[in-house]
Write a protein that binds this ligand. Structure first.
Ligand code: SER
Length: 877
């Protein structure tokens, strides 16, 4: 039975049983960022299973294009593949287990004519219901029902619907078996029993943490691989022998001048090419473009791997387009959009294959040399930076290097590769920065850039179609740029605003048939020229291509609010400070605005409040904002405010806020002032003589700020038990009460320390008839040490005093000598100089009073113990 007929009969069968046929969804899953590619027919049904969306009918059927990356490295043997078609039937809260089993069984045994003695099933061990249904209704004896603890299917992404499942296996015959008595489904030794159909009894929802809850209703999700059922119905040894692959394999074999099944090594390459050509064709048709990330990387990986296997077969020219053409022809009847997208598919494949082909041979030689030197050095691992060089210079996906290494019996250092990759990403970020920084030096390049003057369409549109006029790298103008490259794009018209008049440039994306360019900034480096600065995120871009240019609309909306707000503030400032106040500069960004103006005096809190009130009124009035083109003299006559030192052409654009304000301005603005939302002036400062600056926020930023302030104020009011209006007084009182307490505590500290003075004085020893007191005290700061010292000295009347303490964990010393002893040659400063080094420090001072500090508090006692001897020496010296 030809695969076309299998598809047809499958859909017929379920249509007859009340199922609505849904077309396959794209290989790019919608709505679930945690999933790279579509891997099962049930994905497009998920919203129905969860009750988030009403299904078109409770019974559905589909033939879904699927791509699974799990086995990507195994492709080349006889059973693995990446791209496949899944035949499925689904019940959304309608029929459940028994009906699903019945329909599957009937289709296989009656319509497809498989002898039912060839079928066995597996069930989830705890699913007793499924086991007894198979036994009672289908006459399966227990030796044909197998337990499989792995029979829980789903969820597809991080969370989602799932349930226990039951799989139907078909016995392909003894010739495929291992002959062991325990051979059956899931046999690890052979493929005699092949899983054909998976029935999922979808009754749970699994959360991200792995916990499960029951779904409101029970659903059925089944999936049967078209490739496998074709293998069975066509009675061939492998999926690669079915009509789904044979024409593709044969065309590759013809190009290579080999015959399939004459040489095992060549067969591996032919199967890789056949699977990957199908994958590449369907991926590109669904809008995936080669890149270094995500699904674009999957595409690049399989495309390049197929190209390398072409080389292994001795094909020296680009050939994948021819193979892809066969894929398109073979599948066109069921997938007509492949034909519609043939040109794009061809272009993308050619470009990628040619780019890779240019470096493939050199890359392989490079790899071989590397592998050789690693082996010579007795190693078994290709260093990560070498794998990175192969990737970066020769376009080898990491997995290709791994595959080559595996064949050579060595490994590759993946972590090292990732590190080198990350480093390169950082550099690319700075490369984009380089464009923004190097405007001046590139003046000659801009002067000759094609496409100026560029029409700005962004007053009305956020997204338009346009043609690529020029592509600029840092050095020169080029015809084409590739994934990963930083560059500037010139379009013939653009919705992107090039930075000027204080308003910063737009960001967004430029997309063509072959690539995606992420725009990080937009500038006007020369008159009439607008350049989009960024990098190719996917695929490639060419001069002359038609592109869709789309700005980040939310960001632009925030910029518009801030730009109109600067006009409002400008006008408000003139009302408060007088008409001589002039704008001296501005910055209009999405998250903030800043407005510089001339004024000899500060606004102060009162002035700021007046400005804020006038501005708020202008917003509440919800005045219309209009823009008109007119001659410069007309504009001035209208009273439009013009910037000092700025040159205006003959025709100028005047932006008016009713009759509140009128300014010459090329920027983008809100339609009515009400759209600005809250306008909060944050502060005022001086930025030079006679020039002042206010900073403000609007829109959502201002809403966030207000909510935050409100939350803080409410919390504070709760904590200090005062109403919000009374907070300031309350907090002031708290601070002064706190100060008072601190003073009292200081006082107490001194008193506590002094109360020990009598006791301490008793520790004095007599050295040559002189009181010498060297002791530790517990002082909180140096001031306390000095106060205690003073009291002790008064107490001793005549003597030498050395006090030691730890202050903030650091050792501190104070020495005092009474006047009579100074006359006899004693010197506090020299005393400290001698003992401070013991605690790892220094010190000194006058004869009567000296201080020291150090780093090693553990030796304080040692320092104190040295005092007596030093005093003796000083007396004798
Ligand atoms: N979702 C299940 C599978 O992919 C049945 O369709 O096997």
């Amino acid at each position: 039975m030809h695969s076309r007929e299998i598809r047809h009969r499958f859909i017929e069968f379920f249509a007859e049983r009340g199922h609505t046929h849904l077309p396959s969804s794209s290989l790019i899953p919608y709505n679930d960022p945690t999933v790279l590619l579509t891997t099962a027919g049930m994905q497009q049904m998920t919203p129905f299973f969860l009750g988030l969306d009403a299904p078109p009918a409770p019974r559905l059927t589909s033939i879904q294009k699927c791509f699974r990356t799990v086995d990507i490295d195994e492709v080349g043997d006889e059973s693995h593949c990446t791209f496949f078609e899944m035949l499925g039937n689904f019940s959304v809260g309608d029929y459940f287990k028994l009906d699903a089993m019945r329909m599957a069984w009937d289709l296989l045994t009656r319509d497809f004519g498989i002898d039912d003695s060839r079928l066995t099933v597996t069930v989830y061990p705890e699913d007793h219901e499924a086991r007894s249904l198979w036994a009672e209704h289908f006459g399966l004896t227990m030796d044909r029902i197998f337990d499989d603890p792995g029979n829980i299917w789903g969820p597809v992404g991080a969370s989602g619907p799932c349930g226990p499942n039951s799989e139907i296996y078909c016995d392909r015959g003894e010739q495929y078996g291992c002959g062991k008595p325990d051979c059956g489904p899931n046999c690890e030794r052979c493929d005699r029993h092949l899983e054909v159909w998976n029935l999922v009894f979808m009754e749970w929802f699994q959360e991200r943490d792995g916990s499960r809850r029951d779904l409101d209703r029970k659903n059925i999700d089944t999936g049967m691989g078209l490739e496998r059922v074709s293998l069975i119905l066509q009675d061939v040894p492998s999926i690669y022998d079915t009509d789904l692959y044979i024409p593709i394999i044969e065309s590759a074999a013809a190009i290579a001048g080999v015959a399939y099944k004459s040489d095992e090594r060549a067969d591996v390459s032919l199967r890789v090419i056949a699977d990957h050509a199908r994958a590449v064709t369907f991926l590109i048709a669904d809008g995936v473009l080669p890149s270094n990330e995500g699904r674009g990387y999957v595409l690049r990986r399989v495309l390049r791997r197929a190209a390398r296997h072409g080389k292994l077969l001795g094909i020296e020219r680009p050939f994948l387009n021819e193979i892809s053409d066969i894929v398109i022809n073979e599948f066109a009847a069921h997938y007509p959009d492949l034909v519609a997208r043939r040109d794009t598919i061809r272009r993308v494949i050619s470009h990628e294959e040619e780019a890779f082909g240019r470096t493939l041979s050199t890359g392989i030689s490079r790899f071989e040399a590397l592998a050789h030197s690693v082996a010579q050095a007795g190693g078994a691992v290709i260093p990560g930076d070498e794998a990175f060089r192969l990737y970066d210079t020769f376009g080898f996906p990491f997995e290709l290097t791994s595959e080559l290494a595996r064949d050579a019996g060595i490994n590759v250092d993946r972590d090292g590769f990732e590190r080198a990759l990350e480093e390169q990403r950082q550099q690319s970020r700075s490369a984009i920065q380089a464009f923004s920084d190097s405007g001046r030096g590139r003046a000659p390049l801009y002067a000759t850039a094609k496409g100026a003057p560029v029409a700005f369409a962004g007053y009305t549109f956020d997204s338009i179609e346009s043609a690529i006029s020029d592509l600029l790298t840092l050095e020169t103008s080029v015809e084409q740029i590739e994934a990963g490259a930083a560059a500037e794009i010139v379009l013939d018209q653009t919705p992107f605003y090039g930075e000027s008049g204080g308003q910063i440039g737009d960001t967004g994306a430029i997309v063509t048939d072959t690539g995606v360019f992420a725009v990080h900034d937009t500038q006007r480096p020369a008159p009439g020229l607008i350049v989009h600065i960024g990098e190719v995120a996917e695929g490639f871009m060419r001069v002359g291509q038609l592109a869709r240019a789309t700005i980040d609309s939310a960001r632009r909306a925030a910029i518009r609010r801030n730009h109109t707000a600067t006009h409002v503030l400008h006008r408000a400032l003139r009302e408060v400070l007088g008409a001589e106040t002039r704008q001296a500069g501005s910055l209009v960004a999405p998250d903030r605005l800043r407005f510089d103006f001339t004024s000899m005096e500060a606004l102060g809190p009162v002035g700021l409040e007046s400005v804020a009130r006038i501005a708020a009124r202008a917003v509440l009035d919800d005045t219309e904002v209009t823009a008109e083109l007119m001659s410069y003299p007309d504009a001035i006559e209208r009273g439009a405010m013009a910037l000092f030192g700025e040159k205006y052409g003959d025709v100028v654009r005047v932006v008016s806020i009713g009759d509140f304000s009128s300014e010459l301005c090329g920027g983008t603005h809100v339609a009515r002032t009400g759209q600005i939302g809250p306008l909060i002036v944050l502060n005022e400062s001086s930025i030079g003589s006679g020039v002042r600056r206010i900073e403000a926020i609007t829109g959502e930023t201002a809403v966030d700020y207000q909510l935050q302030l409100h939350a803080v104020a409410s919390e504070l009011s709760r904590v200090v038990h005062a109403p919000v209006e009374g907070l300031l007084d309350e907090v002031r009182q708290l601070i002064s009460a706190l100060r008072e307490k601190e003073r009292a505590i200081d006082q107490l500290r001194v008193e506590i320390a002094s109360s020990s003075v009598d006791m301490l004085a008793g520790n004095a020893v007599s050295v040559d008839g002189t009181h010498v007191l060297a002791t530790r005290i517990d002082a909180h700061d140096r001031d306390t040490m000095l106060q205690i010292g003073d009291r002790l000295r008064d107490k001793l009347r005549s003597g030498v005093l050395v006090l030691a303490s730890e202050i903030d964990a650091q050792p501190a010393l104070v020495a005092m000598v009474t006047g009579d002893l100074v006359e006899r040659g004693l010197h506090a400063g020299r005393l400290i100089q001698e003992i401070a080094p013991i605690i790892g420090g220094r010190g000194g001072g006058r004869p009567e009073l000296a201080q020291g500090g150090g780093t090693d508090a553990s030796r304080l006692d040692e320092a104190l113990a040295a005092v007596e001897d030093i005093v003796k020496r000083q007396f004798s010296g």
